[in-house]
Design a binder for this molecule. Structure first.
Ligand code: PLP
Length: 397
């Protein structure tokens, strides 16, 4: 019996092998430093946890409307107004089981088989798979490290065809940690208007920007950009709530209706308790966000300094999220015990094996000259891990 072609087209995660190896080594009692984390290492703030307990106590334990509770939708609208001066009504919001699910809904709603979706590389590894799940074709536009990983308008425009249905804008970006300038966002909005396609704007790291920068949402660049943008965000990264699974989209009422119907048959509502706690996250005290951001900022500076202090590797300073893209291109072709480092996967595997330090190979993000380091780990471990990386580089012939 044949399995579905669509399901078979989905790539297994390249990061899984390294993560599984690291886990297995840790389980054996080895002192592994893990730079792979894709989630804040902080606990969910207490007042949000208390709200969840309260939700259970008062019986918020049943189905809610499939696209989310009115209270949470209102809280999302208020948040988008305060942070971005964006006006949305609750019927434009769909609450889902995390931003990943929101993105899934978005592509199911807009992509027909054979439609192309522009993805800026290096990219979050889930995007191409979500596009393929909707029957679409990922089309990559390379953003260069020399341009701080911001794409050039000319490169985006050159990738547009009459099949282009959407572009994904991930700002701030995972894995690059870059934030897009006003000019880049204006260019993208202009190209989307000129060729009439959707903008899927993943703003999940929007609260994690540093050096006094502000995160700009492409949806408020013009009325046209607002109408063609499906804005995606969620509570996972901002409030250290990755396990609670609350994400959302803000879009036109028409698109929201289609995504809501789709979700109503696929999963029904996101967890009622998590939604109740989500209202507290968005409307309660926001001081924990600043504390987490300040700590990430210190770690960011430490990591950038340590990486750039190692001969043969380097990084540009990321402005957002909690990742550093470490350039290993100069090490390609060098050898360890007679074996050549051909690319990021070899680098990551050998580093883990020899120095018990786990990094994510850039090949997973369409960028084999890099490995991704997360600074969602303690400063102590950042120092320890980078000492090990320096020793590892020193071992190469
Ligand atoms: N978008 C990006 C760029 C991410 O890095 C992640 C998580 O790693 C997500 C979306 C999904 O977040 P969640 O589904 O936890 O809300």
């Amino acid at each position: 019996m044949q399995l579905s072609e669509k399901a078979l087209a989905i790539s297994p995660s390249l990061t899984l092998k390294i993560t599984a190896m690291a886990k297995e080594m840790k389980a054996r009692g080895l002192d592994v430093v893990g730079f792979g984390a894709g989630e804040p290492d902080f606990d969910t703030p207490q007042h949000i946890k208390d709200a969840a307990v309260e939700a259970i106590r008062i019986g918020m334990t049943k189905y809610t409307p499939a696209s989310g509770t009115l209270e949470l939708k209102k809280a999302v609208c208020a948040n988008l107004k305060t942070n971005h001066d964006l006006s949305y009504e609750p019927n434009q919001i769909v609450i889902s089981n995390g931003a990943k699910h929101s993105l899934f809904n978005a592509f199911q709603a807009i992509v027909n088989p054979g439609d192309e979706v522009l993805i800026i590389a290096p990219y979050w590894l889930t995007y191409p798979e979500l596009v393929k799940m909707a029957g679409g074709i990922p089309v990559y536009v390379e953003a260069k490290e020399s341009n701080n990983f911001e794409p050039l308008a000319a490169d985006i425009e050159a990738a547009v065809t009459n099949k282009t249905k959407a572009i994904i804008v991930n700002n701030p970006s995972n894995p690059c940690g870059c934030i897009y300038s006003q000019k880049t966002l204006e260019d993208i909005a202009g190209i989307a208007k000129k060729y009439d396609f959707f903008i899927v704007s993943d703003e999940i790291y929007g609260e994690l920007v540093y050096d006094g920068n502000r995160h700009l949402s492409i949806a408020n660049f013009s009325d046209d950009a607002y109408a063609r943008t499906i804005l995606v965000n969620g509570l996972s990264k901002t409030y250290a709530m990755t396990g609670w699974r609350i994400g959302y989209t803000a879009s036109t009422p028409g698109i929201a209706k289609v995504m809501g119907s789709y979700q109503s048959h696929a999963t029904s509502n996101p967890c009622s308790v998590a939604q109740f706690a989500g209202v507290e996250a968005l409307t309660g005290p926001q001081d924990e966000i600043k504390k987490m951001r300040d700590e990430f900022n210190e770690r960011r500076k430490l990591m950038v300094e340590l990486v750039n202090g190692i001969e043969g590797i380097s990084c540009v300073t990321p402005m957002g999220a909690f990742y550093v893209m470490m350039n290993i291109s100069k090490l390609k072709g060098r050898k360890l015990d007679g074996e050549e480092i051909r690319g990021s996967v070899d680098f990551a595997e050998k580093l883990l094996e020899k120095k018990l330090t786990a990094v994510i190979p850039g090949a997973a993000f369409g960028a084999d000259d890099f490995v991704r380091l997360s600074y969602a780990i303690s400063r102590e471990n950042i120092e320890k891990g980078l000492r090990r990386i320096a020793e590892f580089v020193g071992m190469l012939d």
